[in-house]
Each structure stands twice: as C-alpha cells, then as structure tokens.
Design a protein around this ligand. Structure first.
Ligand code: ZN
Length: 213
C-alpha cells in the first residue's frame, strides 16, 4: 500500500479523541526495519500524521513514540518529556524537560563510551519496566518536521529517549537490551524501585549488575 494511503487509513481509524491504537510486542511491524522517509507525503498529510503521533504519545502517556508503534513502518518518531518533579531523580537521571521534537530518519551515534543503567519502559510492552544500559551521550542526526537538518549532541535522559526511539526504527525493543533480572511488573516497580534515583538497591536485591553500565 502507498504510504499516503496507509497514513489516510491511520487518520481515518483514529478514535474520537484523535488517538491511534498502540501496537504491542508480538506484532511484526515492531521487529522490522522502518523505511526511510523520502518526502512521499504532502505537507498537510505529514503534519496530520505528526499531530496524530503527538496526541497518541500524550494520551498514553509517554515521552516518545515511533511510527511502527502505530503500525507504520516509517523512520519517524516524536519525543517530548516534561521531566520529573523530584530534583534527586532529575539530577541522578539527568532527566530535564525535552521540548517536542519530530525526528525524521534519525540516527544516533555514541559520544564516548560512558553507559548508564536506569529503569525504562515502552508503550508497546505495557505493564513492565527493566533496566537498560544506554550511552549517556549521543550524536543525533536527522531531519526535523520542517525538513531542516538536525545535528546535535544529547546527554542524559534525552539521549536515552532518542536511543530508545531510533531502536524502534530498526526493529529493536528495549527488552532486547535490558538486564533480564531487573524485569519488574509496573505495580512492583512502582512499589519498590520507581523512587530510587539510581537502581543500586534493585540491582542488589534482584540480582543484576549495573557495574558495566
Ligand atoms: Zn518504546
């Protein structure tokens, strides 16, 4: 199916709230490398797609959404993070607000070899969280929603978010990179580990390592 037809179908299929259903793990679209966007959509349709993804991300709520998560195998993602209220968490995780961004055909290259391990989750793997070591700093290159080139270095949680989203665009889920023994159901994570700035006690009590991360 042509991309424009796929997008038209997604827009038509959105609920009354203008939100698309989120595809969950087990669907092949989440395991397939996305196609690079080559300007196939007219400006209004592209803007409508981005708006659909943004509403869907907000409603979830999440801090990033890649097109495969609404069933579209296109190298496109949106990100936006209001940050966290608690200053200890914000500092430990370097999680500061990230303004809304559109990433077209994004690529991430590590800057340095420092990796940091924190709990993360995914809208396509609902109900769980696990610790993933990710590069603390990455070089992001992509095109924005105005077709302008982006070339910048991101640090901390924004770097984590764009690594998670660019992984989606090559068919990788965070669980592929997670420490298996860190896996926590949301209720358990919320009760035990959500408030721990760095998952050291989680590592000790669940039996995984964050030393390498
Ligand atoms: Zn995800």
């Amino acid at each position: 199916m042509r991309l424009a037809d796929q997008v038209a179908q997604l827009l038509d299929g959105a609920g009354d709230d203008g939100v698309a259903p989120i595809v969950v793990a087990g669907d092949p679209v989440l395991r397939t490398a996305a196609t690079l966007y080559d300007g196939e959509l007219d400006r209004a349709t592209f803007a409508a797609l981005v708006a659909l993804m943004r509403r869907t991300m907000h409603k979830a709520p999440g801090v990033g959404l890649a097109a495969p998560q609404i069933g579209l195998g296109l190298a496109l993602a949106v990100v936006e993070d209001p940050g966290v209220d608690h200053p200890d968490l914000a500092v430990a995780r370097e999680r500061f607000p990230l303004e809304f961004r559109v990433l077209v055909n994004p690529r991430c290259e590590p800057v340095g070899d420092c990796q940091v391990g924190f709990y993360e989750g995914c809208l396509s793997v609902p109900g769980y969280a696990a610790v993933v070591a990710r590069f603390r700093q990455v070089h992001l290159t992509c095109v924005d929603d105005d077709g302008m080139p982006v070339d910048e270095v991101l640090t901390g949680w924004p770097a984590r978010i764009v690594q998670h989203e660019t992984d989606h665009l090559v068919g990788t889920l965070y669980v592929d990179r997670a420490q298996p023994r860190s896996l926590a159901a949301s209720a358990s994570w919320g009760g035990h580990w959500a408030a721990e700035p760095v998952p050291r006690t989680a590592a000790a009590e669940l039996g995984f390592s964050i030393e390498d991360s």
